[in-house]
Write a protein that binds this ligand. Structure first.
Ligand SMILES: [Zn+2]
Length: 141
C-alpha cells in the first residue's frame, strides 16, 4: 500500500488515495466528519481508481483531519499553466534568456521549441504555447 496522498487539481474534486481501510463504507463517515458533511454525495468513492474524493472547499479540513488521524499525508497540488509567447521561444535570442520577461522565465527562450500545446496565432502577439505547471508536492503531519 502506498502513501496516504491527497491530490488537488484546479476545478476538480480533491482526491484521497491509499486511505487506510477501517470497515466497509466507513470512509464516508470518517471523511464527512472532518468537515461536518451535511448531505450525501459530499464524500464520494470511486471503485475504479480506488480513491475517495471531496469537493475542493473541504480540502484544508480533510488534509488536517487525515494528518491528525493517520499521521503523515502527502499532498500533490497541481497548479495552473505555464505560458510562453512566440516572441520568446521562436524569435528570442538564447543569449538573452536572462532578460526574458516571459512566464517561462527564460527556459524556452530562443529554443525554437514551444511548450506542449500551441494556442492562438492570429493575434498581434503571435502564438502562445502552454503546458501544465509541474505539481507542488509537500507533506503534512
Ligand atoms: Zn518564454
Amino acid at each position: 500500500m502506498g502513501d496516504l496522498t491527497v491530490t488537488i487539481r484546479p476545478g476538480r474534486r480533491t482526491e484521497i488515495q491509499n486511505m487506510p481501510f477501517e470497515g466497509n463504507g466507513r470512509g464516508y463517515t470518517i471523511l464527512g466528519d472532518m468537515f461536518n458533511a451535511s448531505r450525501r454525495g459530499q464524500v464520494d468513492y470511486s471503485p475504479s481508481s480506488r480513491s475517495w474524493s471531496v469537493s475542493r472547499p473541504h480540502t484544508n479540513a480533510v488534509i488536517h483531519g487525515l494528518a491528525a488521524r493517520y499521521g503523515r499525508v502527502t499532498v500533490i497540488q497541481h497548479g495552473g499553466v505555464e505560458k510562453c509567447v512566440e516572441a520568446c521561444w521562436k524569435t528570442g535570442l538564447p543569449e538573452n534568456a536572462w532578460l526574458c520577461e516571459c512566464a517561462c522565465a527564460g527556459r524556452n527562450h530562443g529554443s525554437g521549441q514551444p511548450f506542449k500545446v500551441i494556442v492562438g496565432g492570429n493575434g498581434p502577439g503571435g502564438q502562445l504555447s502552454v503546458q501544465a505547471r509541474a505539481p507542488h508536492v509537500f507533506y503534512v503531519g
